[in-house]
Ligand binder design. Structure first.
Ligand code: MCN
Length: 791
C-alpha cells in the first residue's frame, strides 16, 4: 500500500506503461518555473477590474461611470450599452423542457446574483482599476431574492426570469414511474430519506485569470486564460464576442487546478477579450479570491427525497428519487446535464435494481450559476444510493457490507433501468479487499466493546460507481449535448527520431505530460524521454474537447494510441521497402521492425522516421514525413468503481468527529501510472471529506454570500484530512484500447457517503439515521442531543 514512485530512467522501456514514474511537470511547478496566466507580462499591458453587483436581485436604474472615467490612468470604462457584440453566454446542453433564458455578459436591466458583472474598467495599473471600479455608482431597486431551490419553486417565490415561469429551468425524468410505483407497492419494506446535498464553492489554487492581446492589422486576438478546454472556449467565445474562430487563439498556460470550475464560459474572459480589442493594448484580469467565491460556478445544490424498496430477504426491488436542483441565476455552460444525465443515470450504483424512477426539477435562484464541480452529478447520485442502501440494511438488521454484496451486479455488460450499460466490473473484489484492510470482524468487536465504555466508533461504506469518458458523440447529441465528445491527437516524428504528441485535452494538474508520454513511448517503442506532449493551445493543436469528466486517459489517451498506430503502419511500409520484403513479412516489437524469421534484418522506427524525411528511397507514391492525426470517438462510457470505507469515532458530547482510518480500494481499469492514480484518489478524497465535514456555501435570505472568504468557507487543512490507505483492483475496460477508466473524480464521488455512513453507524445507539452535510460539530451534537442512548 502506498505506491513508490520511480525515476523514469530506472524503468525498462518495455515497462514504461503502467509504471509509477515521477511526474515530469513537477520540477517546474515546485520551483516556481511554471508560467501561470498572471505571470504573463506584455509591453503596454493594461489591467481590467470588473464592477459587480452588490445585491443578489435588483433592477438597475442607472450606472454612472463618469467619476471612474475621469481618474488618471483609467484607459477605458464600458457597460452593456457600449457593447456592439452579441454578448450572451450560450448553453452547451439542451433538454426538451429547458427554458433558455438570456445570460448577458454585462447586466443592464437586472442583476440576479451578487457578483453579476455590470461594468468594466481598463487602467494602467491593477489597483488603479479596482479603485476606479469603486467610483462607479449603480442605482439599484432591490428585489426580493431566493436562494433555495424548493423555495424558488414555491408559488409565492420572487420570479427571476420572465421566460421561466415559477423559476422552473426544466423538468426531467428518467426510468419507469409506473413499474417503480408497482415495485414499491409490492415490496416488504420502504425506506425513505430527505437529504440536502449542499452547494459547494470550487477552490482551485489559482483563481480564474485572462490576458488578451489584439493585433488590429491582422484582426488576430489571443486569449491566455485559466481554461480546462481551450478549443471549446475558442468556439463559444468567438460567438459571444463576434470574432472569427480562426482568428482567435485560446491558450492555457499552466493552470493551477480547476475541479470543473474552469470548463464553463464565464462573462469575465469574454469581457477581457473585448477590452483588448477596444483599447488595442494587451489587458490582464486576475480574479481575487472573493471574486472567485462570488462568480465561479458552484457545485451540487440538491434537495432530494429518495426511497428504496426492499424485500425481507434483502433483495432491492426499486428506487424512487425526487430532486430539486439549484441552477443558480442563469444556465451555466453545461449546467442542464449535471443534475440530469450525469445524475439520474448513475442511480443504480453497483446494484442490480429491477426498476428506478427519478424526477428532477431545475430551479433558478439568486446564487451564482451552478454547474459541474468535481464529480458533477455523480457524487450526488452515489450519495443517494449509498445512504439508502445503508439505511435499508439497518432496517433489515443486516450487515451493510453483506447487504451490498447481496445486491451487486454480477454480469457485464449490464444494462441498468436508467439508460446506461456498465462496460465491465467485478464489484466483490474491492469490497473483499476493503474488508480485509479494515479487519472488519475485529472492528465490529471493538465497536461493541467501545459502546460498552460509552465511546462511539463507526464504519461507513461507499460502494461507488462513476461514469466517465462520456461517449459516443452520437448518443451525447441525442441527449442534448451541443458538442462532440471525441478527442483528437497529432503525433509527429521529427527527422532525428524524437516525437511531439499534440492532444486536445488540457491538463491542469493531472500529470498528462507524464502519462501521455508513457502511452506514446509505449506504442512507438521509443524512449520516454524522446516524447514531448503538447496540450492547451488552439494554435498548436488542431482540435480538442478538453479535460473534464475524467475523460482524458480514456478518450485523449486512446486518440494518442490511434495516431501512434497509424505511424507504426506507415513506418512498416517504409521499413519493408528498405528491408526489401513485403510489409506482411515485417514484425514490429518495441520500436524495431524485423523480417519474420530473420530477426537480424531490422530497422528501428526512429531510423525509419529519418528515412521518411530524407525521402530518398520511399515506397512508390508515398508522401514524405511521418505524422498522423486521429479523432477518437469512444463506443461507450467507462465505469470505474470501488469501495471506500471510513472509520470514525464520534464524541456525542461535543459532536467532534475523529478519523481512525480511511480505506480506499479503487478499480480504474489498467493504470497508466499508479502513482498518479493514487495522487488523484488522495486529492479526490480530500475534496469529498471537505464536503462531508466542512464545506458549504451559505447565503443570507437576501442572497448575500455569508461564506465569501476562506475564513468563512472551510476548505480542510492537511491535518483535517484522514491518512488514506489505498489499494486497487484491475478490471480493464473493454471499450478503449488502453483498457483504462477515469480516476480524476473517483475519490470525490466516493468519500462523502463513506464519512456520513460512518458517523451514522457510530451514532446508531442514538437512533440517528441521517445528518445533512457538512457534519459540523454543532450539527452532530444537535442530532445526538435530541435522543438519548437506547439501552
Ligand atoms: N490515469 C492513469 N490510469 C488510469 C486513469 C487515469 O494513469 N486508469 C491518469 C491519467 O493519465 C491522468 C490522470 O490519471 O494523468 C487523470 O486522468 P483522468 O481520470 O482521465 O482525468 P482527466 O485527466 O480527464 O482529469 C479530469 C479530472 C476531473 S474531471 C477533475 S474535476 C479533476 C481531476 O481530474 N480536477 C483536478 N483531478 C484534478 N487534479 C488536479 N491536480 N487539479 C484539478 O483541477
Amino acid at each position: 500500500m502506498g505506491v513508490e514512485s520511480k525515476d523514469a530512467a530506472e524503468v525498462d522501456a518495455a515497462d514504461i506503461l503502467g509504471s509509477a514514474i515521477e511526474r515530469r511537470e513537477d520540477p517546474a511547478l515546485l520551483t516556481g518555473d511554471a508560467e501561470y496566466t498572471d505571470d504573463i507580462q506584455l509591453p503596454r499591458m493594461c489591467h481590467v477590474a470588473i464592477k459587480r453587483s452588490r445585491h443578489a436581485h435588483a433592477a438597475i436604474e442607472g450606472i454612472d461611470t463618469s467619476a471612474a472615467e475621469e481618474m488618471d490612468g483609467v484607459v477605458d470604462v464600458f457597460t452593456a450599452e457600449d457593447l456592439d457584440v452579441p454578448g450572451k453566454l450560450p448553453v452547451g446542453w439542451l433538454l426538451d423542457t429547458l427554458k433558455q433564458v438570456d445570460h448577458p455578459i454585462l447586466a443592464s436591466e437586472r442583476v440576479r446574483y451578487q457578483g453579476d458583472a455590470l461594468a468594466v474598467v481598463v487602467a494602467e495599473e491593477r489597483y488603479l482599476a479596482h479603485d476606479a471600479v469603486g467610483r462607479i455608482e449603480v442605482d439599484y431597486d432591490i428585489l426580493d431574492a431566493v436562494t433555495d431551490p424548493a423555495d424558488a419553486l414555491a408559488d409565492d417565490a420572487p420570479a427571476l426570469h420572465d421566460d421561466a415561469a415559477g423559476n422552473v429551468a426544466f423538468d426531467w425524468e428518467i426510468g419507469d414511474r409506473e413499474a417503480t410505483d408497482a415495485a414499491f407497492e409490492d415490496a416488504d419494506h420502504v425506506v425513505g430519506l430527505d437529504l440536502e446535498n449542499q452547494l459547494l464553492i470550487p477552490n482551485a489554487m489559482e483563481p480564474r485569470a485572462a490576458v488578451a492581446e489584439y493585433n488590429p492589422s491582422e484582426n488576430e486576438l489571443a486569449v491566455h486564460m485559466t481554461t480546462q478546454n481551450p478549443h471549446l472556449h475558442r468556439l463559444l467565445m468567438s460567438g459571444v464576442i463576434d470574432h472569427p474562430e480562426h482568428k482567435l487563439r485560446v491558450r492555457a498556460p499552466d493552470v493551477g487546478g480547476g475541479f470543473g470550475s474552469k470548463i464553463h464560459h464565464y462573462a469575465d474572459e469574454a469581457l477581457v477579450a473585448i477590452a483588448a480589442k477596444r483599447v488595442e493594448r494587451p489587458v490582464k484580469w486576475q480574479a481575487t479570491r472573493t471574486e472567485t467565491y462570488l462568480t465561479d460556478a458552484q457545485g451540487r445544490g440538491h434537495q432530494t427525497h429518495a426511497e428504496i424498496a426492499v424485500d425481507d430477504d434483502g433483495t432491492i426491488q426499486g428506487l424512487r428519487v425526487d430532486t430539486k436542483a439549484n441552477l443558480g441565476a442563469y444556465l451555466s455552460t453545461f449546467a442542464p446535464s449535471v443534475p440530469t444525465y450525469l445524475y439520474g443515470t448513475l442511480l443504480s450504483g453497483q446494484y442490480d435494481i429491477p426498476t428506478i424512477h427519478c424526477a428532477v426539477e431545475g430551479a433558478f435562484t439568486n446564487v451564482p450559476p451552478v454547474d459541474a464541480y468535481r464529480g458533477a452529478g455523480r457524487p450526488e447520485a452515489s450519495f443517494v444510493v449509498e445512504r439508502l442502501v445503508t439505511l435499508a440494511a439497518r432496517e433489515l438488521g443486516e450487515d451493510p457490507a453483506e447487504f451490498r454484496r447481496q445486491n451487486f451486479v454480477r454480469e457485464f455488460p449490464h444494462e441498468t433501468p436508467v439508460a446506461v450499460v456498465y462496460d465491465s466490473g467485478d464489484y466483490e473484489k474491492p469490497l473483499d479487499r476493503a474488508l480485509e484492510m479494515l479487519d472488519y470482524e475485529e472492528f465490529r468487536e471493538r465497536q461493541a466493546e467501545a459502546r460498552e465504555e460509552g465511546r462511539y466508533l463507526g464504519v461507513g461504506f461507499s460502494a461507488y460507481i462513476e461514469a466517465c469518458g462520456l461517449a459516443p458523440s452520437e448518443l451525447a447529441g441525442q441527449l442534448g449535448a451541443q458538442a462532440g465528445l471525441w478527442e483528437s491527437s497529432l503525433v509527429r516524428f521529427h527527422p532525428s527520431g524524437t516525437v511531439t504528441a499534440y492532444v486536445g485535452t488540457s491538463g491542469h494538474g493531472q500529470g498528462h505530460q507524464t502519462t501521455f508520454a508513457q502511452i506514446v513511448a509505449n506504442e512507438l517503442g521509443i524512449d520516454y524521454d524522446d516524447v514531448e506532449v503538447v496540450e492547451g493551445d488552439t494554435d498548436e493543436i488542431p482540435q480538442g474537447m478538453g479535460t473534464y469528466g475524467s475523460r482524458s486517459a480514456a478518450v485523449g489517451g486512446s486518440a494518442l494510441v490511434k495516431s501512434s498506430e497509424k505511424l507504426v503502419e506507415k513506418s512498416r511500409e517504409i521499413a519493408a521497402h528498405q528491408l526489401e520484403v513485403a510489409s506482411e513479412d515485417v514484425e514490429f516489437e518495441r520500436g524495431e521492425f524485423s523480417v519474420t524469421g530473420a530477426p537480424d534484418r531490422s530497422i528501428h522506427i526512429q531510423a525509419v522516421a529519418q528515412q521518411s524525411y530524407l525521402a530518398h528511397d520511399l515506397p512508390e507514391g508515398m508522401e514524405p514525413g511521418l505524422e498522423a492525426t486521429s479523432f477518437y470517438d469512444p463506443e461507450n462510457f467507462v465505469f470505474p468503481f470501488g469501495v471506500h470505507a471510513a472509520v470514525v469515532e464520534v464524541d456525542p458530547a461535543s459532536g467532534e468527529i475523529d478519523f481512525e482510518r480511511y480505506v480506499a480500494v479503487d478499480d480504474v481499469g489498467n493504470q497508466i501510472n499508479p502513482k498518479i492514480v493514487e495522487g488523484q484518489i488522495h486529492g479526490g478524497v480530500a475534496q469529498g471529506v471537505g464536503q462531508a465535514l466542512y464545506e458549504g456555501a451559505e447565503y443570507e435570505s437576501n442572497g448575500q454570500l455569508l461564506t465569501g472568504s476562506m475564513q468563512d468557507y472551510t476548505v480542510p487543512k492537511a491535518v483535517q484530512i484522514p491518512s488514506m490507505e489505498t489499494d486497487s483492483t484491475v478490471t480493464p475496460s473493454p471499450v478503449n484500447p488502453l483498457g483504462v477508466k477515469g480516476v480524476g473524480e473517483a475519490g470525490t464521488i466516493a468519500a462523502p457517503q463513506a464519512v456520513v455512513n460512518a458517523v451514522c453507524d457510530a451514532l446508531e445507539p442514538f437512533d440517528v439515521d441521517h445528518i445533512d452535510m457538512p457534519l459540523k460539530a454543532e450539527t452532530v451534537w444537535r442530532a445526538t442531543s435530541e435522543t438519548t442512548v437506547a439501552t
